[in-house]
Design a protein around this ligand. Structure first.
Ligand SMILES: N[C@@H](CCC(=O)N[C@@H](CS)C(=O)NCC(=O)O)C(=O)O
Length: 207
């Protein structure tokens, strides 16, 4: 059985858990905080969550894990069958991860650990996020799903990247990151209703 390492509070852990549920794969959650200790680095070389263990092998990075899960359990497919639409899903996922989530993450020390980030960082994050949002806005379809007609990996990344990033933006700038993106907000609401996501969100408060 697949083991899922990490904490339920992590958005990438939650995304991976939702993915496992969507795929109908059996898995066991192993509560493990991120760490720079050798035991955890063997599972996840940057010491980040999530990691999984499958067939005696450890794997980190949610996108690599998603790729693996897609290969071992093709149904339900989380990528379109045709190459170009599938690549567009991956393109959107990359921009969500790199140009929204990773940028907003620079605010995390202040929001989560009460370690103030500098005004300079706040200014540069705001500018970089505006650029990232424009990039995502160009690619986002939202009719009805993030990348078009089919539910895909991009919907889970939309839900979990914006769940995290919107919280950071609200806490630091008191602004709504999605205020000018009603089509993204609509997808957030839609994906929030999926049984997999509901289960993940409900179970967060139980451990
Ligand atoms: N690119 C990674 C990001 C994982 C990540 O940022 N995990 C965070 C929690 S959401 C973490 O473990 N942070 C602890 C740390 O950076 O030490 C993925 O997609 O899995």
């Amino acid at each position: 059985m697949i083991k899922l390492y990490g904490l339920r509070m992590s958005n990438y852990y939650s995304l991976t858990k939702a993915l496992l549920i969507e795929k109908g794969l059996e898995f066991e959650e192993v509560k493990t905080p991120p760490s720079q200790e050798e035991g955890f680095l063997a599972k996840s070389p940057m010491g980040k969550m999530p990691a999984i263990e499958a067939d005696g092998v450890y794997l980190s990075e949610s996108l690599a894990i998603a790729h693996y899960l897609q290969n071992i359990q093709p149904d339900p497919a989380l990528l379109p069958a045709d190459s170009i639409p599938a690549a567009k899903v991956m393109e959107l996922v990359c921009h969500l991860k790199l140009d929204v989530d990773l940028v907003a993450r620079r605010l995390l020390p202040e929001v989560l650990f009460k370690q103030p980030v500098s005004e300079e960082t706040k200014t540069s994050v705001k500018a970089d996020l505006a650029k990232g949002m424009k990039a995502v806005g160009r690619l986002f379809v939202g009719e009805p799903y993030a990348a078009g007609e089919q539910f895909s990996l991009a919907d889970l990344y939309t839900f979990y990247c914006f769940g995290f990033s919107s919280g950071m933006v609200r806490a630091i700038y008191d602004e709504d990151l999605l205020a000018n993106y009603p089509n993204i907000q609509k997808v957030m609401d839609l994906i929030g209703q999926r049984p997999s996501v509901k289960q993940v969100e409900t179970e967060k408060s139980t451990r």
